[in-house]
Design a protein around this ligand. Sequence first.
Ligand code: ARG
Length: 451
Amino acid sequence: MAYQPPSPPGFLASLPFDRRLAGHDVRASIAWARALARADVLTTDEERTIVGGLETIAQELESGAFPFRPELEDIHFNIERRLIEGIGPLGGKLHTGRSRNDQIATDTRLYVKDVIRQALEGARAYRAALIRQAEATIDVIMPAYTHLQRAQPVLLAHHLMAYVEMAERDAGRLGDALARADVMPLGSAALTGTAYAIDRDALAADLGFADVSRNSMDAVADRDYIIEFLSAAALMMAHLSRLAEEVILWSSEEFGFARVGADYASGSSIMPQKRNPDIAELVRGKTGRAIGNLVALLTTVKALPLAYNRDLQEDKEPLFDAADTLLDSIEMMTGMVSTLAFRPEAMRAAAEGGYILATELADYLATRGVPFREAHGITRGLVEAAMRDGRELRGLTLDDYRRASPHFGPDALQITLESAIARRDIVGGTAPGRVRDAIADARRRLESDTR
Ligand code: ARG
């Protein structure tokens, strides 16, 4: 068959994706009808009829009876046509003084504000789940890693609380994005501002916007508010993927540090012994699309001249995809974190084995006046000798220590995981008291943070 180019109407259409904005579009249109009436462009009767017609459409959308027609290109034309079908030619007055350009900018801002509020709510639940696990595992000791090599002992709670810090910053970024999205473009019309005496402040109050845009050309061309959300979403996904990766490692047989709840794992179709951490893997994998969405929209707006260009229609699919991905991933991670069953014995055994207390030995010498660089060399020699003999540090005798340095006394044998952790008694450190305080502070911030 000969090549059939896509028909122009199909290529132009945004309805397949912007139909999601139907509710926001109706809301903005109702507010616009009221603003037109306040400006004496519509009579009170006309306003009542138009608002009534739009409310009927809202019900149709709610019940699923609204007839979406892709041949009408986008959601704005679909709703306008339906209004005219419902109330007659008067419906054609609704579009007085506005443009699809300020309409779509308004709809997407309303949408972004809703999504960010949901993401913030999700982030709160996620933080609460991490905090609960930290509280429940406050006594558990594990190895902390650098380069994925066992480095020093740490409280599991301290490790978990690191993710609370990330989530708090993520919430902060989402909150910042929300504040800048909370500006109303409506009244900018196509690009130079509406020619009707619209009270934009009253209109903004009606739609729940904190402010009105100051420049009509910027207002219809600006997609920063979406990019900021995509950026905050990509970074939050990156953080979720880091915890997802740890959960995947921890739940492997090699680590054996944790088991994910049955609802967050899948069996294998051929290997009956397996409990695969699929949910964590999907969160890790979906982070790629979140980052891709950010790059896609940045690339779309790059070098676009003012003001509206049809390129900007390409903002919606990345936005919707990122919103779905982020909200779902936060929810999945919250559930997964809540159902994680840790294995304190396995974590402790991993921390006890090997040479994890070597830094403690170097510190021991340093506190007895040996310059740290030298102490480091002495301890390194001890560790290497022990490794050569196939012994762990705890297998060394006082004689072994003394041969390495006369500064070692019998108390060097008293160095334990607990003592190493207890010495990190500083703001931000892993000493149990500090971690308890950090948990209490995080809980307080969570409860006082009303965003
Ligand atoms: N569907 C369009 C979009 O999403 C709405 C704005 C269209 N404006 C225009 N001048 N063609 O961007």
